[in-house]
Design a protein around this ligand. Structure first.
Ligand SMILES: NCc1[nH]cc(CCC(=O)O)c1CC(=O)O
Length: 325
């Protein structure tokens, strides 16, 4: 009987969250034949207009879904992995990390401009982002071009943010490419920001599928959605973040990409890059390490920890002194 009951998937109401949840529900349906019912849940992060740094980082988006999971009101939840705090609650399983979408940040600028043209244009370009990570790297980039930009903190869902460019209030906004694809707005992108210049947030572009550890049957079913390559990459990125002891609103970027070997097909190596900087972009500590693809999440975590320790040895902790909490 129980196997026939529709699984309840808790989701935030935003178009981005709904699209992510529908995608996972469909894949799970194809994989297991289970039907999935979406249960909409409002989080404090959706309601509050305060800055993320003020209300306690991006964890505010996930806590209401987690409360519903722990209360048994829903069976599982889908989050943007980059919004998940690095400390995993003992009662909850990160049951699957599906194949990651485009991890890059994207620029949505007026008149189809790219960052360089915008930065060198007359007047100080006004670029919308409240993310200390994006601020640090965009300011460092404009400094390298010999220009100055103004970063303007913005909140709201993806549509709202793009609206600031449409209305002429801002020259550009920076958003995760994956989010734009998920809501079908990728045509708005005027430049994909290369990870060489702007490293994405740890876990950006990936989803997290979570359920109660005690629901062992569901943990096993959801595991079918997991992509082992994405799992090791995001484990390295998130362990780097955790080792830097950075809050979710700290100026930390990390990206692990898996590189094909001689045959150009099989993945043989993983390159992990990390960055931390001051939000004004005057100082960045940026390191990279390349080695064989980790054979386990434990190995991936060790790689993330090691690179973070090297970053700390190069003064990373001092740069994060300005973090909000
Ligand atoms: N910060 C909120 C958030 N959380 C996840 C995404 C996009 C999807 C993703 O990165 O997986 C976004 C929007 C953005 O940063 O532009």
């Amino acid at each position: 009987m129980n196997a026939q009951r529709a699984l309840r998937l808790g989701t935030r109401r935003s178009p981005l969250a709904m699209s992510q949840s529908r995608g996972v529900a469909e894949r799970l349906g194809r994989l297991t034949g289970r039907s999935v019912e979406l249960v909409e849940i409002t989080t404090y992060g959706d309601v509050s207009r305060e800055s993320l740094a003020t209300i306690g980082g991006t964890g505010v988006f996930v806590s209401a879904l987690r409360d519903a999971l722990l209360a048994g009101e829903i069976d599982f939840a889908v989050h943007s992995l980059k919004d998940l705090p690095t400390l995993q609650p003992e009662e909850l399983a990160l049951a699957a990390v599906p194949t990651r979408a485009d991890p890059r940040d994207a620029l949505v600028a007026r008149d189809g401009l790219d960052f360089e043209r915008l930065a060198v244009a007359d007047g100080r370009a006004r670029i919308g982002t409240g993310s200390p990570r994006r601020m640090a790297q965009l300011n460092a980039w404009s400094r390298a071009l010999g220009c100055e930009i103004e970063t303007v903190p913005i909140r709201g869902n993806v549509d709202t943010r793009i609206g600031y460019v449409r209305s002429g209030e801002l020259d550009a906004v920076v958003l995760a490419a994956a989010g734009l694809y998920r809501i079908g707005r990728e045509a708005e992108i005027t430049e994909f920001l290369a990870p060489d210049i702007v490293l994405p947030a740890p876990g950006q572009g990936a989803l997290a599928v979570e359920c109660a550890v005690s629901n062992t049957a569901l943990v096993a079913e959801l595991a079918g959605l997991d992509d082992p390559h994405t799992r090791v990459a995001v484990t390295a990125e998130r362990t780097l973040l955790a080792t830097l002891e950075a809050g979710c609103s700290a100026p930390v970027g990390a990206y692990a990409d898996l590189l094909p070997g001689e045959d150009g097909q099989t993945v043989t190596e993983m390159r992990l890059r990390g960055v931390v900087g001051t939000t004004d972009g005057s100082t960045l500590v940026q390191l990279s390490t390349t080695g064989p693809v980790p054979a386990s999440v434990g190995e991936a975590a060790a790689i993330g920890r090691e690179l973070a320790e090297e970053m700390l040895a190069k003064g990373a902790a001092g740069l994060m002194g300005e973090r909000a909490h």
